[in-house]
Design a protein around this ligand. Structure first.
Ligand code: FDA
Length: 402
């Protein structure tokens, strides 16, 4: 069995692991990155529809409490404050990668997500000039991780390596068919760290019971305000053959627990009761359906009017009935019976408990030299570039400590 000695071993060549490798390598460290996938950054490659929404200009430490979910909403601030969206934008610019802002501060490559992976690999290559080096081992399973008090020994494939530092960047279990695993949680438990119960987030929700009728609207989308508890998102919602998706629903899903309702305001720009009462006076012969069609896609207007079951035209309705219909349109309650699970979840909520980690270096407080970064940690961002910004920032934070 061949053995190698390094300054640091990084498990996982996703966004967090590559950023950590580049950062520590450029500081002159000799680093080994091990991943069981066939190449680096598989999730980066499929992200943002192949164009990688690589950051969000609002993914700053000032917004962290609101836009990152964690048992400790302050935890992410330190790393996010020391590596900001502008730092990553500067890197992207330095590599000549063209990008654009789509909406809500979300930055995407004009070309391809491949450019981001190539950029990170190029940054790793720069380590050599700085006296360090980043070696990669792809397609090999990690068989065992041991710790002898001074360093870590990792057995992978039929090889082994040791280093005084081990950085775990193996992400969460979202999209298992891409090789995602809960490996980081097992390792954390092996070293006595706690794990906040993981669950799928940024995930489509499924409808059953009376809501099942809405599944017939598969493919219809509308701008709405979707709320889970007190958290609301104004974006598009999409009906699917299984239930609800689209950015508004994915965002709300991160705040949703089994059994909770999801509330949807189908008329985000209006008080629907006022709108219906004005429509009754302006156009008494109009029906509810034809009135809703002016504001919503036809099939959705038809389905909502059908559910509200007001017979006749608007003139036939009492003001009270119209007010009740308006209130439902502003606060339509769905009772999702579940989510589409890890198979479709963009991220995993929960993960390695932050109270066991240093917020500056992401190092385990009780196991010197052991770091956890990226999605494996109990820090989950909003949709729209927040999760990659956490991957970059936590990778840099650990990389600077190595
Ligand atoms: P990541 O999962 O990227 O990397 C972990 C690595 O560890 C993988 O390479 C994996 O193969 C490896 N690994 C796992 N278990 C292992 C084991 N046992 N042994 C060895 N290796 C192991 N975010 C965003 O900000 N903007 C976006 O546009 C998108 N888009 C998007 C689309 C889709 C379809 C998904 C599924 C996700 C997104 N995301 C996103 C989320 C984003 O991809 C995610 O937050 C980051 O990739 C997390 O980076 P990490 O490096 O922490 O984990």
């Amino acid at each position: 069995m061949k053995a190698g000695n390094y300054d640091a071993i990084i498990l996982g060549a996703g966004g967090a692991g590559l950023m950590c490798a580049a950062t520590s390598g450029r500081r002159g460290r000799r680093v080994l990155v091990i991943d069981h996938a066939s190449g680096p950054g598989k999730k980066i490659l499929i992200s943002g529809g192949g164009r990688c929404n690589f950051t969000n200009v609002n993914a700053t430490s000032q917004n962290a409490q609101e836009r990152y979910i964690s048992a400790n909403p302050h935890f992410a601030k330190s790393a996010l404050g020391r590596y900001e969206p502008q730092d990553f934008i500067d890197l992207v610019r330095a590599h000549g990668i063209a990008f654009h802002e789509k909406t809500l501060g979300q930055l995407f490559c004009d070309g391809s997500a491949r450019q981001i992976v190539s950029m990170l690999m190029d940054e790793c290559d720069k380590a050599v000039a700085m006296g360090g080096g980043v070696a990669f081992a792809f397609g090999l399973d990690v068989r065992d991780v041991g710790h002898d008090g001074t360093g870590f020994r990792v057995a992978y494939g039929n090889l082994s390596a040791s280093a005084p530092r081990l950085i775990v960047a193996t992400g969460g279990p979202s999209i298992p068919k891409m090789g995602a695993t809960g490996f980081a949680y097992d390792l954390a438990r092996q070293f006595g760290l706690k794990v906040v119960e993981p669950r799928p987030a940024l995930v489509p929700l499924t409808l059953g019971g009376d809501d099942v009728l809405f599944r017939e609207l598969s493919g219809v989308s509308a701008e709405v305000i979707a709320s889970a508890g007190k958290t609301a998102f104004r974006e598009a919602a999409l009906f699917t053959h299984k239930g609800l998706s689209g950015p508004a629903i994915l965002q709300a899903s991160s705040y949703w627990s089994n059994g909770d309702p999801i509330q949807i305001d189908f008329m985000p720009d209006a008080d629907a009761a006022v709108l219906l009462s004005e429509a009754k006076r302006a156009n008494p012969r109009a029906t509810l359906r034809s009135t809703l069609e002016k504001h919503l896609p036809g099939r959705l207007a038809e389905a909502l009017a059908g559910q509200l079951a007001l017979n006749g035209n608007l003139a036939d309705q009492s003001d009270r009935k119209l007010a009740e219909a308006g209130a439902r349109l502003d606060r339509w309650i769905f009772h999702p019976n579940g989510s589409e699970g890890y198979a479709k979840a963009e991220v995993t909520r929960g993960g390695i408990a932050t109270d066991g980690l240093s917020q500056k270096t992401l190092e385990a407080k009780t196991v010197p030299g052991l770091h956890f970064i990226g999605e494996a940690v109990d820090v989950t961002g909003w949709l729209g570039g927040y999760n990659f910004q956490w991957a970059w920032a936590s990778g840099v934070a650990a990389g600077e400590a190595v």
